[in-house]
Design a protein around this ligand. Structure first.
Ligand code: HEC
Length: 132
């Protein structure tokens, strides 16, 4: 019974929602590889349509619209493709300037995202407490 329950639950809480890390192509610096890893971990959910790691609340009405809106707005401004993550396509000067801007202002990821992440931790905690 626990196993039957666990399968759908594990999808919901995002246990299966991780992306395969995208390897950086040969010849790129260690610094680039590190930056790529950070972008893949922290920015992928909104800046790379199709690669969002869907959280438990992704199907809920309001959260769904908020996320879709975020992804649309975010990728209009900065689109991080697989080729950007692995270094095949260099980041354009415009992208770099925008990145520098958000790093200076410390404005990414947006604040609303953090409480939503916390909601996810709470769901996971409840699930762990309730699971036999
Ligand atoms: C929860 C979704 C979300 C996450 C996660 C996120 N962003 Fe964003 N990002 C947005 C949205 C939405 C916009 C568009 C903001 C606007 O138009 O006002 C944006 C815009 C940007 C821009 C363009 C800024 C400009 O000058 O217009 C950059 C650069 C950026 N994000 C970088 C990042 C980086 C780097 C990370 C990871 C550390 C990140 N974002 C994570 C939602 C997100």
């Amino acid at each position: 019974m626990a196993v039957i329950l666990f399968l759908p639950f594990s999808n919901l809480i995002g246990l299966s929602g991780e992306n395969e890390p995208i390897e950086v192509i040969a010849g790129k610096s260690e610094a680039f590889a590190k930056a790529s890893r950070i972008l893949q971990n922290k920015c992928v959910d909104c800046h790379s349509p199709g690669m969002t790691r869907m959280p438990i609340y992704a199907g809920l009405p309001i959260a769904k619209q908020l996320m879709e809106h975020d992804i649309e707005k975010a990728s209009e401004r900065l689109l991080l493709t697989k080729e950007a993550y692995n270094g095949k396509e260099p980041l354009s000067p415009l992208m770099l300037a925008r990145l520098e801007g958000v790093i200076r202002n410390n404005s990414m990821p947006p604040a609303l995202y953090l409480p939503l992440k916390r909601v996810r931790s709470i769901f996971i905690a409840i699930f762990l407490i309730l699971s036999p």
